[in-house]
Design a protein around this ligand. Structure first.
Ligand code: DMJ
Length: 641
């Protein structure tokens, strides 16, 4: 079967955007006019004072002293005189005195005229009826609103769109693989359709209660996280009617002017990443516009003494803060260290370097810091610029920081050598201190806590198998073979963590302690919430080795998800993967559509779909094109798509 042909998306007209002015500009307009009156009155009083001073103070011009500070305020145009002298105090004598008297007279006349004009204007205003003043205020308001509207609609500067190779296709080479790919597409449709029916516009879906769901990472607003996260998966699967439905929702409803406190990291990887990927794939400007609008709202999070952003920011007020649970008020490495890809693309597309500068500042700051054993701790205080607790992890709290160092290099067409070096150095330290082999021969990545290695690996850490494989080419001293092998070992360990459960789905974290290997011990670690990391690693290993075991392992996982997580209203996470009777958590996570199903679909597609030398996937599996930055600049270029 062939992949359905692409719909002519880019030729379609987008309905006009609803960019009505937010409420604060009206307030600003009102203030403007009132301010004008107040300023006018103050100015009149001030001018009168000066005028009086000239006429009634004793004439000391024979030995007149100009204090330059005051002079700047009172007589701005004596700059020429000031420039003639080097000293900041000088005396005026002889012929200069005559010239000075003339100048003084001219100034007096000007002040008198200005004063009279200001008084006339004030009288005129005061003569007006309340209605007339109200009408003027309204006109002023409309003017400001109009200005804001036209600013928002202003097209972003054109830039050369990178080579968009392989945005469709990937037809599998045999029937069996094709059927598997079709099955994954059907699962995506089931997840999407149910969200469409029961959770539309909410952030996520509760597939059993059949209603919307959200968590604090998205704040208190319904921002349609599942829609934005799923767009590119729908697109590459050829689900174009669904994609257009999502696009329409984005055009008509996605609004960031909300009084809501969101996670900067989550909003960046899911929303900005999702919107940018949707833009590159479809060519629809609306996605780019929305991504930029959102990015502007995140910028106040960087207003900290160090420039390390807060974890959360209120989209309306711009007030930021950190998670209460984070060590000593710290920001989290995996959060402030996972902005680079999206922010570089934002600068590329807008020609505005502000985004690029923010992430480069973070990088420079990290480069300067001491690293215990060469490891980056997970916590950094944004006020003091000091590390919090010495806790290092390649899983939760640390993971995607390392991933983004590697991907910054790949995304720059391998020209960002600084990022590559930071990645190589970090991985070297990780290998030395955190990676071990269990008694049973399983290679695992532990966590460094207060001076000792905890032999525990998270489901999140399993992404590292794919990262090692992706970073193999270009590694220091030609260790490509070694890193590919390391990636394969991690994939094997993570597969074991799935295989050793009743449901063949992996737990949230698993231990390597004595007889216990790759198995969760505590009840609180036995859940599976539709996470993608293990399947992500299978896909990367498949792309680099074409070893059939990765497709086989991926298919095992797909079947287990289908059997135990699928419910009539969508897909749900599972509370205990060791119990043969699954208990559902009743949440269909947005990353299930963005990542898990996308990686499965790619696993059963040909390598020509989103080839890895042209696309780099952000940490939420949103593909962004490689930027050939050596041939262009981040501040835009006068070429068009
Ligand atoms: C996703 O949101 C991203 O992959 C992130 O980097 C961490 N994990 C979740 C899914 O498990």
């Amino acid at each position: 079967m062939t992949t359905p042909a692409l719909l002519p998306l880019s030729g379609r007209r987008i309905p006009p955007l609803n960019l009505g002015p937010p409420s604060f500009p009206h307030h600003r307009a009102t203030l403007r006019l009132s301010e004008k009156f107040i300023l006018l009155l103050i100015l009149s009083a001030f001018i009168t004072l000066c005028f009086g001073a000239f006429f009634f103070l004793p004439d000391s011009s024979k030995h007149k002293r100009f204090d330059l500070g005051l002079e700047d305020v009172l007589i701005p145009h004596v700059d020429a005189i000031k420039g003639a002298k080097n000293s900041d105090v000088f005396l005026i004598h002889g012929p200069d005195e005559h010239r000075h008297r003339e100048e003084e007279e001219r100034l007096r006349n000007k002040i008198r005229a200005d004063h009279e004009k200001a008084l006339e204007e004030a009288k005129e205003k005061l003569k007006k009826s309340r209605e007339e003043i109200r009408a003027e205020i309204q006109t002023e308001k409309n003017k400001v609103a109009q200005e804001i509207k036209s600013k928002e609609k202003k097209p972003l500067p054109p830039v050369p769109i990178p080579n968009l190779i392989g945005i469709n296709g990937g037809d599998p080479e045999d029937n069996d693989t094709r059927e598997k790919r079709e099955k994954i597409k059907e699962m995506m449709k089931h997840a999407w359709d149910n969200y469409r029916t029961y959770g539309w516009g909410h952030n996520e879906l509760r597939p059993i209660a059949r209603k919307g769901h959200s968590t604090n990472i998205f704040g208190s607003s319904q921002m349609g996280a599942t829609i934005v996260d799923a767009l590119d998966t729908l697109y590459i699967m050829g689900l174009h009617a669904e994609f257009l439905d999502g696009q329409r929702w984005v055009e008509e409803n996605l609004d960031f002017s909300v009084n809501s406190e969101v996670s900067v990291f989550e909003v960046n990887i899911r929303f900005i990443g999702g919107l940018l990927a949707a833009y590159y794939l479809s060519g629809e400007e609306i996605f780019k516009i929305k991504a930029v609008q959102l990015a502007e709202k995140l910028l106040p999070a960087f207003n900290t003494p160090t420039g390390i952003p807060w974890a959360m920011v209120n989209l309306k007020s711009g007030v930021g803060r950190n998670w209460g649970w984070a060590s000593a008020g710290s920001s989290i490495l995996a959060e402030f260290g996972t902005l680079h890809m999206e922010f570089v693309h934002l600068s590329y597309l807008t020609g505005d370097l502000v985004y690029y500068k923010k992430v480069m500042h973070i990088r420079k700051l990290l480069q300067k810091m001491d690293r215990p054993n060469g490891l980056y701790p997970n916590y950094l205080n944004p006020r003091t610029g000091r590390w919090g607790q010495y806790h290092t992890s390649v899983g939760g709290l640390g993971d995607s920081f390392y991933e983004y160092l590697l991907k910054a290099w790949l995304m720059s067409d391998k020209t960002d050598h600084e990022a590559r070096k930071m990645y190589d150095d970090a991985i070297e330290a990780i290998e030395k201190h955190l990676i071990k082999k269990s008694r049973g021969g399983l290679v695992f990545i532990g966590e460094w806590k207060n001076g000792h290695l905890e032999k525990k690996m998270g489901h999140l850490t399993c992404f590292a198998g794919g990262m090692f494989a992706l970073g193999a080419d270009g590694s220091k001293t030609d260790k490509a073979g070694h890193y590919l092998e390391l990636g394969a070992e991690i994939a094997r360990t993570c597969h074991e963590s799935y295989d050793r459960t009743a449901l063949k789905l992996g737990p949230e974290s698993f231990k390597f302690d004595g007889a216990v290997e790759a198995v969760a011990v505590r009840q609180a670690e036995k859940y599976y919430i539709l996470r993608p990391e293990v399947i992500e690693t299978y896909w990367y290993l498949w792309r680099f080795t074409h070893d059939p075991r990765y497709r086989q392992w991926g298919w095992e996982a797909a079947l287990a998800i289908e059997k135990y997580c699928r419910v009539t209203g969508g897909f749900s996470g599972i509370k205990d993967v060791y119990s043969s009777v699954p208990t559902h958590d009743d949440v269909q996570q947005s990353f299930f559509l963005a990542e898990t199903l996308k990686y499965l679909y790619l696993l059963f597609s040909g390598d020509d779909l989103l080839p890895l030398d042209h696309w780099v996937f952000n940490t939420e599996a949103h593909p962004l094109p490689v930027l050939h930055l050596a041939n262009t600049t981040l501040s835009g270029n006068p070429a068009v798509r």
